[in-house]
Design a protein around this ligand. Structure first.
Ligand SMILES: *Cc1c(COP(=O)(O)O)cnc(C)c1O
Length: 448
């Protein structure tokens, strides 16, 4: 066959209002209601900015994910990743649906206990468990997932004199074909470190190695990485059984499934490019079922999905403060929320919609927050109608990580409301006040 003729690439800037291969560039539709509650009424009642969480959407997400796995595999358990969003109201929705708790700090462990989660349904992950944390976890029969040898040593020393063996797993890291490797947590699979930890635990006679855990990354965009992880975890579990006569009750494949947010720099929106939870479930469960476990001896499959289950259930409502022209003529809109409460705008091009009807004039706009900080940019470039001071906007898919990673920087953190399944609105976290912030401050006498 003749060599194909070289064609020069043709690069054309997309201009607002002009046609391109997706049709004509238009602004977003006005977004006036969340679960039939008017956006305007929410801002009037609770102030701006305001986080809004849809209980309906959380339950829909959870049920879709549970269905994806449980229709393909006989034993499935979800554990809610507290650090993704640990508002108690949110955690309790997941617990009502049947989720256990997955925590990564003593603070989160206390929260899970406070939410009434039985100790044996709390998975304690993370590299920073203190002696006090471990003692509490032992006392409550929780599942302790060991991160490193020092922790294993400490745990073994705490077992002296105990009349039972605490249930543990090790966190395993491995090469799944996604780089850079996430090898800073847990014990490595390829170099034999994970196996040596397993042998040490089993031979100690003081701990029960109940499971194996991995969490291979976050916003993992390929199903094959999970196939690789499932197959390595299964191989390790089978080796425990055959070589050490140690039965592994569960494999915890962690979280890491992407939400449909659009990553910065992505050409196409996340809704079009991310595999669905059914795709991930098919890959993971298919791999486990074919891995060579004795027929009725498949381990319980635990999943710790975070962002997938809540990102699109969260909204941030805000208000336009001003418009200005940058030196190059570009339009900039300043809103009343910044990266201090919308941490994920560093990674995502969040969709922003006007909350009201607007003129048909669309212009490419930069959206800045109110912080006195150059990096306080919500969107570098977005097609928006002309908004005026006082207009409201809605930021979409902000349910994951923002309400736990938000910073108190020059402003107070806003209120959070939940819209329940009957479309009733509940305040689930009041806005901060100056008193909250200063409550723990002390002024030395000579400075009073
Ligand atoms: C953060 C975390 C999760 C949740 O991750 P997502 O990417 O949000 O699904 C699950 N397990 C562990 C151990 C984590 O640290």
């Amino acid at each position: 066959m003749d060599k194909l003729k070289y064609e020069r690439p043709y690069i054309k800037k997309l201009t607002a209002g002009a046609m391109n291969k997706f049709g004509s560039l238009s602004g977003p539709q006005p977004f006036k209601f969340i679960d039939n509650v008017p956006v305007k009424s929410l801002v009037e009642a609770y102030g701006s900015p305001l986080f809004v969480i849809s209980e309906k959407q959380i339950r829909r997400n959870y049920r879709a994910a549970y269905r994806a796995f449980s229709t393909r595999y006989p034993k499935v358990q979800f554990a809610w990743s507290y650090k993704t969003n640990y508002l108690n109201a949110v955690c309790n929705i997941f617990h009502q649906e049947g989720s256990w708790a997955e925590v990564v700090s003593g603070f989160e462990y206390q929260k899970a206990l406070g939410n009434g989660v039985p100790g044996n349904k709390i998975i304690f992950n993370g590299p920073g468990k203190s002696k006090k944390d471990l003692l509490l976890a032992i006392e409550n029969n929780s599942l302790i997932h060991i991160d490193h040898l020092e922790e294993l040593g400490l745990l073994l020393s705490l077992c002296d004199g105990l009349d039972h063996q605490p249930k543990v797993a090790i966190r395993v890291n491995m090469d799944t074909g996604v780089y850079p490797l996430w090898d800073r947590f847990g014990f490595n699979y390829e170099n034999g470190e994970a196996w040596r930890a397993v042998v040490k635990i089993v031979n100690s006679g003081k701990l029960q190695l109940a499971g194996l855990h991995c969490h291979i990354g976050t916003y993992v965009q390929t199903t094959t990485a999970f196939g690789v992880a499932a197959s390595k975890m299964a191989a390790l579990a089978i080796k425990c059984n055959t070589e050490l006569k140690q039965h592994i009750e569960y494999l915890d494949l962690g979280g890491g499934f992407p939400s449909t947010n659009t990553l910065k720099g992505a050409y196409l929106p996340g809704t079009d490019t991310m595999p669905t939870i059914d795709d991930f479930a098919e890959e993971i469960t298919g791999t486990l079922i074919r891995a060579g476990f004795e027929n009725d001896d498949l381990p319980l499959l635990i999943l710790e999905s975070g962002r997938l289950l809540i990102d699109d259930a969260g909204y941030l409502l805000g208000t336009v403060l001003a418009n200005k022209r940058l030196s190059d003529g570009k339009l900039a809109t300043i809103v009343d929320f910044g990266v201090n409460i919308l941490f994920t705008s560093f990674w995502y091009d969040h969709q922003v919609s006007p909350a009201d009807d607007y003129s048909p004039t669309i212009e490419n706009t930069a959206i800045y927050g109110p912080l006195c900080m150059n990096i306080d940019m919500i969107r570098e470039s977005i097609n928006l109608p002309l908004l005026k001071a006082g207009d409201h906007v809605v930021v979409h898919k902000v349910g994951a990580y923002n309400m736990t990673q938000w910073m108190q920087f020059i402003a107070l953190r806003p209120a959070i409301v939940l819209i329940d399944e009957q479309e009733q609105v509940h305040l689930i976290k009041a806005a901060e006040s100056l008193e909250h912030i200063e409550a723990n401050e002390h002024i030395p006498r000579h400075l009073k």
